[in-house]
Design a protein around this ligand. Structure first.
Ligand SMILES: NC(=O)c1ccc[n+]([C@@H]2O[C@H](COP(=O)([O-])OP(=O)(O)OC[C@H]3O[C@@H](n4cnc5c(N)ncnc54)[C@H](OP(=O)(O)O)[C@@H]3O)[C@@H](O)[C@H]2O)c1
Length: 235
């Protein structure tokens, strides 16, 4: 996917990785970026168009499609996480994670496919997580919601290829954002992760491990998926 000259739309662009993706896309030559968020935002850069978009709200998504009819690169970045194991996690939290991370991503994708196909070659980038490939116990609902989004990413990759739309899955490790502010572990900088995602997209990669930890874990996964499962679930 040629990033230079593209017209991108990023969900969850008001903070965290999404805000850095907006900056990196511009640095790579994107002509325009729709920076979408639930609350809207003030933006000074003339290449950035702020838009309101809640991925769980069909009317909000349809309004965004109407306001952004020229998108060539959709970045599904918005996401939520709640703590909870498979046996004791709150099912309302699991539903919320599915509604946002899986169905929200799918809802936005479905809505923008006609626009992307009209302006092909185009691309969809789904920000997933390493945990989509192998879960951790403490966020079982989150892991499952991202695994569902991973499966849908694979399914749509085949389906959209003939319409000129490349579908990319991104599988980061821990990133230093609000999402895991209270987790004490090594965290990659969101600037670095965003830069690597944009570089990988421009290089035509469709399965992206955008930080050193995920690159190492991804190499294990590609060789021996069960080994990564054993490492992350700890058995
Ligand atoms: N941080 C990590 O360690 C890590 C690792 C792997 C993957 N990821 C993934 O990276 C992506 C970005 O996460 P982050 O680390 O930047 O987290 P973050 O700092 O918590 O930001 C999450 C973003 O998602 C938005 N969002 C949540 N629900 C939404 C909804 N219904 N509609 C629209 N936007 C919504 C939030 O908007 P509000 O400000 O309105 O809440 C915020 O902009 C997520 O998909 C996450 O799962 C993160």
């Amino acid at each position: 996917m040629k990033v230079a000259g593209s017209i991108a739309l990023v969900t969850g662009a008001n903070r965290g990785l999404g805000a850095r993706l907006v900056q990196q896309l511009l640095a790579a030559g994107a002509a325009k970026v729709y920076a979408t968020s639930r609350g809207g935002a003030d933006v000074a850069d003339p290449r950035v168009v702020p838009l309101t978009l809640d991925v769980t709200d069909e009317a909000s998504v349809q309004a965004a499609v109407a306001a952004a009819p020229d998108v060539t690169l959709l970045v599904n970045n918005a996401g939520v996480v709640r703590p909870g194991s498979g046996l004791t996690g709150n099912l309302d939290d699991f539903e919320h994670e599915l509604a946002t991370n899986y169905l929200g991503t799918l809802r936005v994708t479905r809505a923008f496919v006609p626009v992307l196909a009209q302006h092909a070659p185009a691309a969809i980038v789904n920000v997933l997580t390493l945990l989509a490939l192998a879960p951790v116990r403490s966020t079982a609902g989150y892991s499952a919601s991202k695994a569902a989004a991973h499966s849908m990413t694979q399914s749509l990759r085949g389906q959209l290829r003939s319409r000129g739309i490349t579908v990319v899955g991104v599988y980061p490790g821990s990133i230093d954002t609000d999402m895991i502010a209270d987790v004490n572990t090594y965290k990659a900088s969101p600037e670095l992760v965003a830069e690597r995602i944009v570089t990988a997209l421009a290089a035509g990669e469709t399965m992206v491990f955008p930080d050193d930890a995920s690159a190492a874990a991804g190499a294990i996964y590609l060789q021996d998926p069960l080994k990564l499962e054993q490492m992350l679930t700890g058995y």
